[in-house]
Write a protein that binds this ligand. Structure first.
Ligand code: SAH
Length: 268
């Protein structure tokens, strides 16, 4: 009889007095990592962000305190400073604190700011990756972010700048995406779509393929395939809104192919 290989001992523990930022993925609860499940199960306090599917909370221990801190959860958006204060307070009270965030904590999730704040308060913090919406969304349509014939790389960019920040230099980005043959994935781009479209058109042709994916990986996922020149018109016509990712580039051409029904050939 051959011995079963033993799974390695987890290198990290989720201890009282520490905080773990956990990526809950884009929506489908089966896209959680094993480490995320272990962290959720160890938590005594869970701070649950916007866009986290509550279905992942089945992994929480009975008796764990669950606090929704996102605006889509029904309450008004909880200010970031208050969330940071809550994390510090709970950690100092000796709780095992898990902060559940949509997608990946380090992709437009303010994870970096939260880690800096917790460090400044002397709190031990670790981060568990999740599948980011820009990756999960395209995969849900059967299309890769990179492809040897279509895209040499990928850029994740936000369409929403911090107040007072001049934001993304879209014309420079358009030129780079065009010259380096990159896929462009825009998060939080719906409300600023008119500006983004107009600015990207300074460097990319209106015929550049584009897809919009809303509620990616969830049962109510919807998407549209269009072109850069038609972005705003498509959003209006298809009534697509937030949360959505906008994917620009030739990889999108694969969506139509992937969506085509396969022809089954059966030999008699
Ligand atoms: N940390 C997250 C991103 C947070 S910013 C991640 O890694 O995915 C919020 C933006 O993410 C939304 O405005 C939208 O652009 C995108 N997003 C998050 N979940 C999504 C989903 N299920 N479908 C489409 N876009 C999503």
């Amino acid at each position: 009889m051959t011995a079963q290989p033993m799974p390695p001992e987890p290198a990290d523990a989720f201890l009282p007095g520490t905080v773990t930022l956990v990526g809950a993925g884009p929506g489908d609860p089966e896209l959680l990592t094993l480490k995320a499940v272990r962290a959720i199960g160890a938590a005594t306090v869970l701070l649950v962000d916007d866009l986290v599917n509550d279905a992942v909370l089945v992994h929480a221990a009975p008796g764990a305190r669950i606090v929704h801190v996102g605006k889509r959860g029904g309450c008004k958006s909880t200010p970031q400073a208050f969330i940071e204060k809550l994390m510090v307070m709970a950690a100092r009270e000796g709780e095992v604190v898990v902060r559940l965030k949509g997608g990946d904590p380090f992709v437009f999730g303010r994870g970096g700011e939260e880690v800096e704040h917790l460090h400044s308060q002397g709190i031990t913090v670790q981060v568990v990756n999740g599948i980011t919406a820009g990756l999960g969304g395209l995969t849900a349509l059967g299309v890769p972010l990179t492809h040897r014939e279509h895209a040499h790389g990928v850029v994740f960019v936000t369409g929403h700048a911090k107040p007072g920040d001049s934001g993304t230099d879209w014309p420079a980005l358009a030129a780079t995406v065009r010259d380096a043959r990159l896929t462009l994935v825009i998060y939080m781009g719906v409300s600023g779509a008119a500006h983004i479209q107009q600015q990207l058109l300074t460097g990319l042709p209106a015929s550049t393929p584009l897809a919009i994916i809303q509620h990616a990986t969830l049962p109510h996922q919807r998407h549209a395939v269009s072109t850069l020149g038609d972005l705003v018109a498509t959003l209006a016509r298809e009534q697509l809104g937030s949360p959505a990712v906008i994917v620009v580039g030739d990889v999108v051409l694969g969506i139509a192919a992937a969506a085509r029904p396969r022809i089954a050939t059966r030999s008699a």
